[in-house]
Every structure is written in C-alpha cells, then in structure tokens.
Write a protein that binds this ligand. Structure first.
Ligand SMILES: [Zn+2]
Length: 290
C-alpha cells in the first residue's frame, strides 16, 4: 500500500488527509484560510493542518508522497502558485517549500484537475476513459480526461471550461472577456445578479445557471467526443435536481451530432471528500502508482 498525504488549498479553507492508494481516507483535518497578505503566515497555517494529520512526522506516518490541489493560476507542475482567491500567495514556491518541509516528493496541480483525477479514480467517473469533471462553486473550473489521460496543456491549464463563452453579449468576466460561463454560473456571478447568497437564488435563476452549464458542456462534448461530464461544487450540488435537469436539457438541445447525442451530465460522486481524494490522486499519479 502506498500512503499519500493529500492537501487541499482553497480560498476559504485548508485541508489535509492521509489517503491510501486504495482510496481509504485516514486522518483528516481542516482550518479556515488565513486572511491577509503574509505569505509565510499562510504557509505556517498550512503546516499546522498537515501536522495535525501526520503527528508532525510525515515519514514516521508511512507517507511516501504528497499531492496538492490548489486554486490557479500556477506555473507548470505548481512550482509557483498565485491562486486568484488567495492574495497572500503571488508566485509562491509551493511545491519546493512543501518538499523541503515534508521530506517526500510533492506534486501540485490545480484543484479542478485534481477533482477530475479523483472522480475518475473512485468517483462518479470511475473507470471512464473520456470525461470532464467540473466545479461550479464560487468560480467555475474543470479538468478533462481524454483517452484515459488527464489533459495538462502547454502551461498545465487545460480544462478552464469557466471561460467558454455562453452569452456573447453577457456580463463581463474576471478574465477580461464577456459572457463566459463563469460570468453567468459562478456563485460570485449569481450573487451579483440577485443581490443574495447563491443558495437563496430563485428557481428561474437556478434554471438559467443550469442551462448555461449545459450549453458550455455541449461545446466541450462536441469538441472532445466526451460521453460523460460530472459536476461538483457547492452551487451545482446545492441546487441539485433542478440545476442538473436544466443542464441536461440544454445539453440535449445543443448536442446535435450523433456521437454527442447520448452525453450525460451527472453529479460528482465523492461529495466533500472530492478535493482531498483528488489531491491524493495528484500525488499518486506523480509517484507513478495511479
Ligand atoms: Zn472569462
């Protein structure tokens, strides 16, 4: 059994767990993400979360590798991370700092790609060779597995489905564009539109968000010949059935070519363990075990 330390770094929380290569989750701990601009203080807080699951002795806990899921953007292999929602880290050398602190190999990838690896390993896409995993939450992200392999792209950013345009004259997007999926369907966009937290959105907004996701998915399904898309994230899973029905309906309407017609959208299968299982998968993949 290969034992991995899984680390999930998000704008609201830091989490760590010890996870075996059969998917068994052992110790798990989390803490709020420290606000502010001190890069070192945030790294110290991350060390505390990791120490809580390793008794401060990674090698003594049998851990052979560390995998990290972190918000993007980042340079290739997560050498330098600059998560949009974590202002304290700009070009922060996350991989090397963790490797130095832990004494085991460390592999870093963006959180949506990590989720794709996790869902393809033991989640709703288990065993599937061609699928996309999406996160519809505060932001919108994605990771794509094609022919059994996670797509990286030139700089490691493949799968940014949040910036597929779904309304050419739609609202401005944080990327500088207009009408991107993220500008319509992210929690941030929904809050801007309704003036309320995303969870309080009325039914017509929930359906509009679902339709926008389905339209974006239709483009991706045609582009890459994907029969399956699994969706995680607090917005998508919080809205549940009405969201998924609207998304599938829009996909069915726009999936015209024969090979795309049967494509399915399903809720992700790993629930709130998804980010950590995905992070473990990043480590085990880098280690050559997955
Ligand atoms: Zn955009």
């Amino acid at each position: 059994v290969t034992r991995a330390l899984a680390v999930d770094i998000g704008g609201t929380k830091l989490a760590a767990a010890v996870i075996d290569d059969d998917g068994t989750v052992h110790e798990r701990h989390q803490a709020p993400t420290v606000r502010g601009t001190d890069a070192g203080a945030l790294f110290d807080a991350l060390r505390d979360v990791i120490d809580a699951v390793t008794d401060a002795r990674p090698s003594g806990s049998g851990i052979e590798v560390c995998g990290v899921g972190c918000g993007g953007p980042m340079t290739l292999d997560g050498e330098m991370v600059s998560p949009l929602n974590i202002p304290a880290w700009r070009d922060f050398p996350l991989r090397s700092r963790l490797a130095e602190a832990l004494g085991v190999p460390v592999f870093v990838d963006n959180d949506a790609k990590a989720l794709a690896l996790g869902e393809g390993w033991i989640g709703a896409a288990a065993g599937a060779a061609n699928f996309m995993a999406m996160v519809v939450s505060t932001g919108v992200g994605g990771g794509i597995v094609l022919d059994g392999r996670l797509l990286d792209g030139a700089a490691g950013n493949a799968g940014h489905v949040g910036h597929v345009v779904v309304e050419p004259d739609g609202p401005p997007c944080t990327c500088g564009g207009r009408g991107c999926l993220e500008a319509v369907a992210s929690g941030t966009a929904i809050e801007r539109l309704t003036g309320q937290p995303p969870a309080s959105a009325p039914r017509d907004v929930v359906e509009r968000v679902g339709r926008a996701v389905g339209v974006a998915v239709a483009s991706v399904v045609h582009l890459l010949d994907l029969p399956l898309v699994v969706i995680a994230g607090s917005v998508a899973l919080g809205y549940g059935d009405p969201f998924f029905a609207a998304a599938q309906h829009a996909l069915d309407e726009h999936a015209g070519l024969d090979f795309a017609r049967g494509a399915r959208i399903r809720p992700a299968g790993l629930g709130d363990a998804g980010p950590l299982v995905g992070a473990a998968a990043v480590g085990l993949r880098g280690f050559g075990v997955l």
